[in-house]
Design a protein around this ligand. Structure first.
Ligand SMILES: Nc1ncnc2c1ncn2[C@@H]1O[C@H](COP(=O)(O)OP(=O)(O)O)[C@@H](O)[C@H]1O
Ligand SMILES: [Mg+2]
Length: 160
């Protein structure tokens, strides 16, 4: 697979794209990259690039946490400066015979259609995770504030 900068200009994306989309959803159109069969680019067709931004953010969070979600989510590779373009690993359409092999999904996942899943090299992953149950994503569990705030509390409350 070629390497790409995680952040590219919209113009850099436009130069990579095939002339027409091969797949269309309500929010995004998907394009192949003729020079790279391992990736697709999703172009936002809405005024706001919400789905691209959501997928990018969730992928970055899973990568930073190094958690198991990385095995069930399509890998996001690069996003454009405006968010209009998002590059993701290519995950081809499933056949109905694949459905029983779809893995468990995160509780926040909110697009229970076969089309939201794809397969490449025998591995099935979620390729459309732009729709989420936000209440599940935003947990109310809290932890300590940053160290400077903890220090200030200690000083205020205990004089140390
Ligand atoms: N990672 C991918 N690999 C291959 N095709 C994809 C990938 N992601 C999306 N597609 C294709 O593009 C279409 C639209 O993308 P999708 O992520 O479903 O956008 P939307 O948010 O508009 O539903 C999908 O139905 C599918 O055909
Ligand atoms: Mg979709």
């Amino acid at each position: 697979m070629a390497t790409y900068l995680p952040l590219m200009t919209d113009q850099q994306f436009i130069q990579l794209l095939d002339h027409s989309a091969f797949g269309k959803g309500a929010a995004r159109h998907a394009f192949r990259v003729p020079t790279d069969p391992d990736v697709v680019v999703k172009k936002t067709v809405r005024p706001h690039p919400g789905s691209n931004m959501t997928e990018w953010l969730i992928w970055q969070a899973a990568a930073a946490a190094q958690n198991n979600l990385r095995e069930v989510l399509g890998r996001c590779i690069s996003i454009s400066e405006s968010g209009t373009y998002l590059m993701m690993e290519r995950l081809d359409d499933l056949n109905p015979s694949d459905y029983a092999d779809i893995p468990d999904v995160p509780t926040w996942f909110n697009d229970p259609k076969p089309d939201a899943f794809g397969k490449r090299n025998g591995v099935i992953k979620i390729r459309d995770y732009g729709l989420v149950h936000l209440d599940k994503l935003v947990s109310e569990a809290t932890t300590h504030p940053p160290a400077f705030a903890v220090n200030a509390r200690m000083k205020r409350d205990f004089g140390i």
